[in-house]
Design a protein around this ligand. Structure first.
Ligand code: NI
Ligand code: MN
Length: 224
């Protein structure tokens, strides 16, 4: 097992690997103006989704089919993927965890909505991802909520990926408060700058006592 790496795919997408298994999270590449990867570039064994919105579901179907990857997501999203011909799905819902060869994924609550092409896609989620011996909290799309403190205490994440672009999620000030509640030593602002409506001044994203790492699409961070 090697120290896991996280490659930012832009917007809210990541590619995470422990050197053996690779997990794509919210692989929105086609139509993503900041993406440096195309769907064909993605080699993965698993895909995890926070919710069904187009800017997260993205290229899930073609990537899953091309890689024979297992889709880990809310029950309704998994049903949709199965209908679309994805062979392997592993459904869950907030509060539950699924085991995976790289570790596990726990679904947490997120205050948001979740649909795809007009179809209800279940509860929006955050994801607590255990991979390569580290713990990553991808908050999904969400408003600030005080139970982020509880999630931080329960899971002790090594890094938090926090939406900060405002309008559809928290803005920079609330995202900073989220980082302080979660208490992961590193926080990465995501879901900002992809398009003008979520292009924000991130100078207010200054959580006290937390290291902020700014990632651009294509950047890779090693958690060691
Ligand atoms: Ni969304
Ligand atoms: Mn979104």
């Amino acid at each position: 097992m090697q120290a896991p790496t996280l490659t930012f795919l832009g917007h809210a997408g990541f590619l995470m690997t422990d050197g053996t298994h690779t997990l794509a999270v919210d692989p929105f590449l086609t139509g993503n103006p900041v993406a440096k990867h195309s769907p064909e570039d993605i080699a993965c064994s698993h895909i995890a989704l926070t919710h069904g919105h187009e800017d997260h579901f993205g290229d899930t179907i073609p990537i899953a089919k091309a890689n024979n990857a297992t889709v880990i997501a809310a029950y309704e999203i998994c049903n949709y993927c199965s209908e679309q011909g994805v062979e392997a799905v592993d459904p869950g819902n907030p509060g539950g965890a699924v085991e995976a060869p790289f570790g596990s994924i726990t679904f947490t609550q997120a205050f948001h909505s979740s649909s795809y092409q007009g179809k209800y896609m279940g509860q929006p989620c955050g994801l607590i991802i255990r991979i390569g011996g580290k713990t990553i909290y991808h908050c999904g799309d969400t408003a600030l909520f005080s139970d982020m403190k509880l999630l931080g205490e329960l899971f002790r994440p090594d890094i938090a990926l926090i939406p900060a672009g405002d309008r559809f999620t928290m803005g920079p000030e609330h995202a900073a408060k989220a980082a302080e509640l979660i208490q992961a030593p590193i926080a990465v602002p995501i879901h900002h700058g992809t398009w003008p409506p979520i292009a924000v001044d991130l100078s207010a994203f200054k959580p006290a006592g937390i290291e902020v790492r700014h990632m651009a699409a294509g950047d890779t961070l090693t958690l060691d």
